[in-house]
Design a protein around this ligand. Structure first.
Ligand code: CA
Length: 235
């Protein structure tokens, strides 16, 4: 069955481009041009995922997010403009699963959708087709939990694997140490963020050609880490 995606966007061109693209990619896409219409469609059609623009007429994206979260865990990807950093963070606190910043490519949108659906559907039976992400000479098989460098299997600890997959499923997006710690242990261990540095250091020794000059796991000074955005998801 097709995943149903509700696309909430008030700019006609962007909305119709997204709808056409998502339908071509095999999703069922429903358009909503403002927050009120979004909430109506949400309760009528129970979509599998919502792409939610922040700045909307009638009811804005944050309010839509808040109202949806009152009775649903449906994945939400917030769409923001570049200068809305604070709103972006607020959106995450209100329970959005991810955000994407305008302007974005439809390919990037698709990668985010797939990552969010994969995270929220884990445990659900998967198709026979294996999901393999390829970045240069590094490949990550998400179904087998297998990482290869230049075709050779790299043995990673569960923490290293969790850090790598968190970063590489959102190429270019910076993560704080605390966020990576949450991804690794599943809950917050405040004060232990620096433990992430040890895992990252070990991970670099295993997957980077030159751990002193990493190309995959990059440091974001004052924050944490991100996956090198010169590597595109090859699918
Ligand atoms: Ca807008």
């Amino acid at each position: 069955m097709k995943d149903v995606i509700l696309v909430v966007e008030d700019e006609n061109n962007i909305r119709s481009n997204m709808i056409a693209f998502l339908e071509a990619e095999g999703f069922e896409a429903m358009p909503a041009k403002d927050g009120a219409e979004a909430l109506e469609l949400f309760s009528d059609k129970s979509p599998d995922l919502i792409i939610l623009d922040l700045m909307l007429p009638k009811i804005d994206g944050l309010e839509v997010c808040k109202q949806v979260r009152r009775d649903s865990d449906v994945p939400i990807i917030m769409v923001t403009a570049r200068d809305e950093e604070i709103d972006k963070l607020l959106g995450l606190e209100l329970g959005a699963d991810d955000y994407i910043t305008k302007p974005f490519s439809l390919r990037e949108l698709k990668a985010r959708i797939k990552a969010v659906l994969r995270r929220t559907k884990s445990g659900v039976a998967k198709s026979d087709e294996e999901e393999i992400l390829t970045f240069g000479c590094l490949s990550v098989n998400l179904d087998r939990r297998e990482v290869k460098k230049e075709g050779e299997v790299v043995e990673l600890t569960p923490s290293e694997y969790a850090i790598l997959t968190t970063l590489c499923q959102n190429v270019g997006r910076p993560y704080s140490r605390l966020q990576l710690l949450n991804a690794t242990l599943g809950e917050s261990y405040a004060g232990y963020e620096r433990a992430i540095d040890t895992h990252v250091s070990n991970l670099r020794k295993k997957i980077e050609s030159n751990p002193q000059k990493p190309v995959y796991i990059l440091t974001v000074y004052g924050l944490g880490y991100k996956f090198g955005d010169q590597y595109e998801v090859n699918q």
